[in-house]
Design a protein around this ligand. Sequence first.
Ligand code: PGA
Length: 252
Amino acid sequence: MRKKIIIANWKMNHDFHETSFFLRNFLKIIFEKKINHNKEIIIAPSFPFLHISNQISQGTTLKIAAQNIHQMEKGSYTGEVSASMLKSIGITKVILGHSERRELYFENNDILFEKIKIALKYGLNIIFCVGETAIERDQNQQFNIVKNQLKETVFHCSRDEIRFFYIAYEPVWAIGTGKNATYEQAQTMHEFIRSLFLEKYGERVSDKIPILYGGSINNLNARDLFLQKDIDGGLVGNYSLKIDNFLEIIQS
Ligand code: PGA
């Protein structure tokens, strides 16, 4: 039985005060109200607040993730952050391949594979996002697109390295649009993704790999999505920004 996982992707939201306020109060509520969620919870704040976030969550089960890394080890890359820098402040997880990075910062599969390699070198867990656009779905290309996104990146990795991954299926048309994939659409894709892992790495890996859904998750749709056999939780954007909302998702 795979444990459910909820990941908050805060994107470029929440300053220092908002980040610390959220984390302190969130942990207080979970602890004091003894909310029995039985899920792995990960929050991805902005770079400048990763250190304080890690300190606040120390000694709890809450984990902190970064939203990106640069593909090079170090050097003249003004404005960028390396895997080793994250490692040096105790961060162990990073989101890669988010559609906003692919679209706005031109991160293609080649660049993403470079990022995967450097993340693995530093032992970071990778939350790797895949998903098709609305046009691609209209053309019934969603399965080819997702297969290719995995084939050119994650599937270059060894069986041993796969244990560092969480996969997030995030249809681009569902991200921040309020239009989530139905649980049938999501389950069908998740089952397909799991079958690709089965084909490539065998049953032990495909049974274990966590596959999360992302795209307009809210209090109304979370439960049905999380009930699906191959949906192991969610990557949540908007609905993770307020404590009350995020708690609702966790308890879904
Ligand atoms: P959303 O974002 O929940 O606001 O749609 C999800 C994501 O981008 O990971």
